[in-house]
Ligand binder design. Structure first.
Ligand SMILES: Cc1cc2nc3c(=O)[nH]c(=O)nc-3n(C[C@H](O)[C@H](O)[C@H](O)COP(=O)(O)O)c2cc1C
Length: 180
């Protein structure tokens, strides 16, 4: 999905990430908590998501407040990631300027640090702890739009806006059709 964030002064930035999970409260993705998107979320804790499925000509858009998931949730997911991805999280100061080869050097250091010979090994029993600078965010939707492509640009657009209730407890939504 595309995730857009913005600085406190409203300058936006977008990137694609993996939607890892949809739970009762919202949409979860995982990343580096010191990355550009993370710094922007510190300044302005809102995000817009966009999904597009070309084959079925559908789009979904989401706007919501962003919160960090619990450390336990991040740990649980981190453990399931391949060894190489876990080492990669440790080795990449995401969004920082780096020298050519620097990330590879960091990777080699982390392999030695955690006693790993082959980062492509399937070994899920290899212990690599969750870095404190890595984890998940949850976008708690305030608005969701379902867009369905139709002939002659007369697309269906249905917008859900949360009007009452907490995200956990019987949220109520206004449902409106909007012009294409
Ligand atoms: C298909 C796709 C999936 C991606 N998934 C993730 C992801 O789940 N988490 C992540 O941090 N970056 C992911 N990336 C990389 C991000 O697009 C981005 O380069 C990175 O998160 C740094 O973004 P930032 O500098 O704006 O913080 C993905 C990129 C692509 C193209």
């Amino acid at each position: 999905m595309s995730v857009s964030t913005a600085t406190a002064s409203g300058i936006p930035s977008s990137r694609f990430v993996l939607l890892k999970e949809l739970d009762k409260r919202g949409f979860l993705f995982f990343t580096n908590y010191e990355s550009r998107k993370a710094r922007e979320l510190d300044e302005s804790p809102y995000a817009a998501l966009a999904f597009y499925w070309r084959e079925v000509h559908k789009q979904v858009r989401v706007v919501g407040k962003v919160e960090k998931v619990s450390k336990e949730t991040s740990e649980e997911y981190f453990k399931t990631r391949p060894v190489g991805s876990r080492l990669g999280a440790w080795s990449s100061p995401q969004s920082s300027v780096v020298r050519e080869g620097e990330v590879k050097e960091r990777l080699e250091k982390n392999k030695a640090r955690f006693g790993i010979e082959d980062e492509h090994a399937a070994a899920s029993d290899i212990e690599i702890p969750l870095p404190e600078f890595w984890g998940g965010y949850r976008v708690v939707p305030q608005e969701v739009e379902f867009w369905l492509g139709k002939p002659s640009r007369l697309h269906d657009r249905i917008r859900y806006t949360r009007v009452a209730g907490s995200p956990d407890d019987a949220p109520q939504w206004t449902i409106e059709r909007i012009a294409p």
